[in-house]
Design a binder for this molecule. Structure first.
Ligand code: RB5
Length: 148
């Protein structure tokens, strides 16, 4: 698995925590910033990461901002992206099992680095259940093919 990781200035601490988790799990990743000495705009980080996942260059993306909301809104604009904003471990597990999400968003002003690490680990290792859930995702993909 290859992961694209990025944050805005509001998510630097959690981004570093996730980078160390990825290293521990021996998961290949690229950290796309930000350097964040000043305030930056989250779409400038969410959209390139989402495009890299949608194109197949990366298997998954992890995005962090202050709330995770801006990152998730932007990532979900990219065709083929299913980005879940998760601040609890149950959602992280279920969004892999039922939604086959390929991008995870979190908010550093909402949760701390310890919980973010647990959420990311569960999300990275969780398997998609397929079956009826695949049919439901198929309906989203069909919509994307027709309208986007
Ligand atoms: C930046 O101040 C903040 O708006 C951003 O990190 C994020 O929370 C947006 O959704």
């Amino acid at each position: 698995m290859k992961v694209a990781l990025a944050s805005d200035h509001g998510g630097v601490t959690i981004r570093k925590e996730i980078a160390s988790l990825l290293e521990e799990l021996n998961i290949e990743y690229v950290d796309f910033g930000c350097d964040c000495t000043t305030s930056v705009d989250y779409p400038d980080y969410a959209l390139p990461v989402a495009e890299k996942v949608a194109s197949g260059e990366f298997d998954r993306g992890i995005l962090i901002c202050g709330t995770g909301i801006g990152m998730s809104i932007a990532a979900n604009k990219v065709k083929g992206i299913r980005c879940a904003l998760c601040h609890d471990t149950f959602s992280a597990k279920m969004t892999r099992a039922h939604n086959d999400t390929n991008v995870l968003a979190m908010g550093e002003r909402v949760i701390g680095p310890g919980l973010a690490r647990e959420i990311a680990q569960i999300w990275l290792t969780g398997e998609f259940e397929g079956g009826r859930h695949a049919n439901r995702i198929g309906k989203i993909t069909e919509y994307e093919e027709k309208h986007l």
